[in-house]
Every structure is written in C-alpha cells, then in structure tokens.
Design a protein around this ligand. Structure first.
Ligand SMILES: C[S@@+](CC[C@H](N)C(=O)[O-])C[C@H]1O[C@@H](n2cnc3c(N)ncnc32)[C@H](O)[C@@H]1O
Length: 279
C-alpha cells in the first residue's frame, strides 16, 4: 500500500512532503485517514481528491485533526473528500469489524501484533483483554482458537456495543464476553484468578493497571502482554527499566520477560510489547 500511495501522490507533492504524508496514512475499511502537516494544509483537498480518485476501495478521506486524546483514545477528524461518513467495516485476519472511527479507537497498524498474540493462545485458555476497543484481539483469538474463552473489557459504551455486535457477526459471541467499565473494577469484581493470559493494549495506562492484570491470572500463573510507548532504545534496556515499576500484589513471581518493538509511533518513539510470564 505504501508504495502505491507514494506513486499516486508523487505527481502533486515534493519528495519531502511525500514522506510526511505517507507516514501518517491509514485505511480503515473503506475510509482513509491522513495526517497532513501544517505546511501542507493548503494542499489538503488536492491530496484527498487524488487519493479518492486513485486508490481502489477508498470511499472517503478524512484528516486527523488532533492528537489522540482522552480516556477513550479518540481523535478529531476533518472531512475532506468522498462520502461524508465515519462508519465502516474493516476486515482483518478473516474477521469483520464494524466501527465508527469517530467513536472508538482502532489502529490497522496492530494487525500483525494481533495475529502474533492469537498464534500464542493454546486450547482452552481463558484470555482477558483489559482494553478491548471494538474487540479486535479477542475476536481474532476466538475465531482462531475455537476452545479459548475471552473477556473483552472497555470503558467506552460505544466500544462495548461494538464488541457485542462484532462478536455476533463473527459467530464467536458464545466465546467472547463483553464487559463495560473500568478494567480494574471488572477484574476485582468478577475475574480474579481466572485467566491464563491478560492483554494490556493501552500503553498510556498499562503500568498503572499491571497489579490488576496479575490479580486476573490463575493461581498457577500465566502470561501478561504489556504494551508501552518508550523512547527508541534496545528492548533489553526497556525490560530493565520497566521491571522495578511492575507492582505485583500476588504471590506469583516473574519467571521470564521477552520484549519486542511492535511499531514506531513517533520520531524516535516506539510501541513495545513485553510478554511477561509469571508462575
Ligand atoms: C489503545 S485502545 C485499545 C485498542 C484495541 N485493543 C485494538 O486492538 O484496537 C485503548 C482502549 O482502552 C479503553 N479504556 C481506557 N481506559 C480504560 C479503563 N480504565 N478500563 C477499560 N478500558 C479502558 C479505551 O476506551 C480504548 O478503547
């Protein structure tokens, strides 16, 4: 996709302008979202029309008009071209996801990571997703591992509705249970010592919620996938710096930690995942 977009925009942008636009371009379903630097704003309509005309399957183009903000991790969008709607259907790993990109967080850039996690899940596992969005991780896991049982928690009522709906259309609603509310409270009230695996795909809050993730693990232990945003550095340094910050109110002990860079999220800032095994 990157090369194609580059070729399409090469006619209207200089090489430096091109780099800025390409790095901030996403397609969710049939909607394109572009980040356009201030210096290029006078060309925003031209960029949007060019994309709409030349990229197959794109029916609408929006500009990301704010950083991602707030508890629900939303962004302001400015309509630029095509159909003026923010509701779409996105396909990933053989699953369908309905969502309104204005009402819930979704990143297509995590598709590889979602599949990696699904491939780690074994038969009969109970998986708690503390920050589920529209249910992406949980639904892909449930679809791939037919005997897994998944809890998908989100505090955003619209995300909760979409987990229910997406679990239903993907025919995994018997194995994906949506829970509305704060992940810490949901674990304290009904998921203590219940999980083989806990997902924490919310880098800004993952460290604060780590104690709840450990409490959710079964007494014999399990695995926590903790996502962080860090200044680019070797992953071993990230592990060393993070270890003292992991507060653990249980008798479980950390057995091993493996880390990997998931993606670059800004200039010299990476999203990193730590796979933490506790026994
Ligand atoms: C970065 S997004 C998760 C993305 C999702 N896992 C995916 O793959 O698309 C973080 C999510 O956590 C939710 N959230 C924020 N605070 C929360 C809390 N205290 N408890 C549960 N969910 C929360 C937000 O509403 C948002 O949907």
């Amino acid at each position: 996709m990157g090369r194609l977009i580059k070729e399409i925009l090469a006619d209207i942008l200089t090489r430096d302008e091109l780099k800025d636009v390409i790095s901030g371009f996403d397609v969710i379903g049939d909607i394109a979202i572009v980040k356009i630097p201030d210096t290029l704003l006078p060309k925003k309509e031209l960029i949007a029309q060019t994309l709409l005309k030349n990229v197959k399957n794109i029916k609408a183009v929006f500009r990301q008009a704010s950083p991602i903000y707030g508890e629900y991790r939303l962004m302001e969008l400015e309509y630029l071209a095509g159909e003026n709607r923010t509701y779409t259907e996105h396909k990933e790993s053989g699953c369908r996801f309905l969502l309104d990109i204005q009402k819930v967080y979704f990143s297509p850039r995590l598709s590889g990571e979602r599949l990696r996690i699904a491939n780690l899940v074994k038969d009969d596992e109970v998986v708690v997703n503390m920050f589920a969005g529209v249910g992406t991780f949980s639904i892909i896991i449930a679809k791939q591992v037919k005997t897994s049982f998944n809890y998908a928690i989100d505090v955003n009522p619209y995300a909760y509705e979409m987990i229910l709906r997406n679990a239903f259309i993907n025919k995994v609603d018997d194995r994906v249970i949506a829970l509305l509310g704060d992940a810490g409270r949901a674990i304290e009230s009904r998921l203590l010592s219940s999980a083989d695996r806990v997902l924490m795909p919310f880098p800004e809050r993952a460290l604060d919620y780590f104690p709840y993730a450990v409490k959710a693990l079964k007494e014999e232990g399990g695995t926590i996938h903790l996502y962080l945003h860090v200044k680019s550095k070797p992953v071993n340094d990230v592990i060393e710096e993070t270890l003292p910050k992991l507060s653990n109110p249980t008798k479980l002990k950390i057995d091993s930690i493996n880390g990997k860079v998931v993606r670059e999220v800004g200039p010299k800032i990476d999203q990193v995942v730590l796979d933490i095994n506790l026994t």
